[in-house]
Design a protein around this ligand. Structure first.
Ligand code: SF4
Length: 162
């Protein structure tokens, strides 16, 4: 694999709020959706944040792997950088870590983006859709607004929906 890079806003090596169990959370940099009320506006600028080599992230995940249930790609919108995240997700699966991702695009919108299919096929749990302040809720796990759906996926096919 060529040395792939990812532009990130930051990481949380052991998060308990970015998906089920203990998770290594990667917050990608760059988001085109600009949802009013977004909690992470500093992640919107695609030129912001910092660039890291996938190898650096892999080394960090490797060292934490025994404490982790999985890895979460949040943002920003991770699907703005599908190629490096596809490779990272595949590698996480080899470590038996499940992979969750957030996106401001809906699942249907992601399916219409050819460049996102390989990454989508590696995602086990997807929270989709823009944050809509009119539908803001604290009641739905891992989601900020009730228009968002949490999909359990298997090779891109929906297994169940919350
Ligand atoms: S998709 Fe997420 S990161 Fe992007 S603007 Fe909406 S809430 Fe913020």
């Amino acid at each position: 694999m060529a040395v792939l890079k990812l532009r990130i806003a930051g990481i949380i090596p052991e998060s308990i709020v970015d998906g089920p169990g203990f998770r290594f959370a990667v917050f990608t940099q760059g988001c085109p959706h600009h949802c009013p009320g977004c909690h992470n506006p500093q992640t919107h600028d695609p030129r912001g944040g910092r660039e890291v080599s996938l190898l650096v992230l892999m080394r960090q995940i490797w060292h934490s792997r025994q404490n982790l249930d999985g890895v979460t790609f949040s943002g920003g919108d991770p699907f703005c950088q599908p190629e490096p995240l596809y490779h990272l997700a595949r590698w996480c699966h080899r470590l038996k870590l499940n992979v969750m991702a957030y996106s401001g695009w809906t699942l249907a919108e992601l399916r219409a983006k050819p460049e996102c299919q390989r990454l989508l096929n590696e995602i086990d749990v997807l929270v989709d859709g823009r944050f809509m302040i009119a539908y803001r809720t604290l009641e739905m796990r891992f989601r900020g607004s009730s228009n968002q759906r949490l999909y359990h996926l298997n090779h891109g096919e929906v297994v169940s929906v919350e």
